[in-house]
Design a protein around this ligand. Structure first.
Ligand SMILES: Cc1cc2nc3c(=O)[nH]c(=O)nc-3n(C[C@H](O)[C@H](O)[C@H](O)COP(=O)(O)OP(=O)(O)OC[C@H]3O[C@@H](n4cnc5c(N)ncnc54)[C@H](O)[C@@H]3O)c2cc1C
Length: 380
């Protein structure tokens, strides 16, 4: 028998498995897909281009412990993520900054606005548009309106399937304008891409001799939840169980299906060396898709030809070929989630971890941090 069973082999499951195995525990991983790595899985396509099968993933963190831990399994390609939005035939940096201001308003007017922004908020500041809207200067308020209309509104409607009136003013208000010329999307101390891809990180983590991985194995087929114990393949299992899948699906959605947004990814190969100016271009006013990723610009891979991917957000319905990506976090959904948590809270050896099991969004660094601290508790 195993000391510990981990369900799912994304970052949540892989970190727990690796740390438990390194602490001398024998670990079984059950993964329902035919590969490890969860949504961070990457693979070469038929043209030899390294693609991210489930959407572009850029590593960034200020957490030294997380960075040092992951660096045990990979070297890094020094990549600073810059995103542009496609607006009426031009590409402008997002989040909106002074460089964007110059493209949108032209040099002369932009210089004037720039002076006002610096004078009012200070160079280097990050100003939410809510604040800009409170300014007595009409020119500054107009910047907020421009950002709302051209960068935020349509993109958010596509991403979350919302109408303008559904969009929470508190969220809108937080959209930032950067009073700086720093085009980087993230300002974290560490950012980059794993030199040989994410899948290689997972391969290294899970190659520990104490770890057994079973692919194509859905946890729902092997666990039973009894009054006082959990059965694994028909026998009581009192080792630690770390579950990183969707909690509602584990219990046949008996209280209803937790709402998510899913994505359809459309990959296309071009026999050209470059498709677009940056790795990621957001379509904030036009098109049905939200963004296009050009992978070689993300990974630094030097190769002939290029593969791009368009992202189409839509409602998750639970169909076989869909993956729940973004939890829709509101009070009603949190209440439904809590009902599922109530079912499992009586089992001391059952732990919920990760973006699905906890029904919340984590960046990679956030979930690695959480997984590291869970294992510290478990092996105490
Ligand atoms: C489109 C998109 C882009 C993102 N970009 C970034 C980015 O640029 N930078 C960043 O830091 N973060 C990014 N993230 C977040 C990142 O994907 C998550 O932090 C990370 O995937 C969380 O890992 P996880 O292990 O919790 O979940 P997952 O990676 O989803 O892993 C869960 C695993 O559990 C398996 N599983 C589920 N149910 C079962 C079951 N019943 N039985 C067996 N196995 C099961 C699944 O198959 C899956 O392999 C992005 C997320 C999305 C959706």
């Amino acid at each position: 028998m195993y000391d510990c069973i981990v369900i799912g082999s994304g970052f949540a499951g892989a970190v727990v498995a690796e740390r438990m195995a390194s602490a001398g525990k024998s670990v079984l991983i059950l993964e329902k897909r035919n590969h490890i790595g969860g949504n961070c899985y990457d693979i070469e396509d038929e043209h030899g281009i390294l693609i991210h099968q489930y959407g572009p993933h850029i590593f960034h963190t200020n957490n030294e412990e997380v960075y040092n831990y992951l660096s045990e399994f990979t070297e890094w390609y020094n990549y600073s993520h810059e995103v542009v939005a496609y607006l009426d035939g031009t590409y402008v940096p997002v989040p909106f900054n002074i460089n964007t201001l110059r493209i949108v308003y032209g040099n002369e007017k932009a210089r004037n606005l720039e002076e006002k922004l610096i004078c009012e908020y200070g160079f280097g500041s990050r100003v939410p548009i809510l604040k800009l809207r409170e300014n007595k200067d009409a020119d500054i308020r107009a910047i907020a309106d421009f950002v709302y209309e051209n960068i935020f509104l349509k993109y958010t409607m596509k991403q979350w399937g919302q109408k303008p009136e559904d969009i929470d003013p508190a969220v809108t208000g937080r959209v930032p304008v950067l009073v700086s010329k720093d085009n980087r999307y993230f300002q974290d101390k560490y950012q980059g891409m794993p030199l040989n891809g994410y899948t290689q990180i997972f391969d290294k983590m899970l190659s520990h001799p104490n770890i057994t991985v079973r692919l194509n194995e859905d946890a729902r087929n092997v666990f039973e939840f009894k009054e006082n114990e959990i059965l694994f393949e028909g026998k009581a299992f009192d080792g630690e169980i770390i579950y990183t899948g969707a909690l509602d699906e584990l219990f046949q959605c008996q209280y209803g299906r937790l709402p998510y947004r899913t994505l359809k990814f459309d990959f296309t190969y071009f026999d050209e060396d470059s498709y677009q100016p940056r790795a990621v271009v957001n379509y904030t006013v036009s098109e049905d898709f939200t963004r296009i990723t050009e992978f070689k610009k993300l990974t630094g891979q030097e190769i002939k030809g290029t593969t791009i991917m368009k992202e189409y957000p839509m409602a998750y319905t639970g169909e076989e070929d869909q993956i729940p990506y973004y939890a829709i976090m509101n009070e009603e959904n949190a209440q439904m989630y809590d009902k599922y948590v109530n079912i499992v809270s009586k089992y001391n050896n059952f732990h919920l971890l990760g973006r699905l099991a906890e029904y919340k969004y984590y960046n990679i660094d956030g979930i690695v941090e959480k997984a590291l601290s869970l294992v510290k508790e478990l092996v105490k």
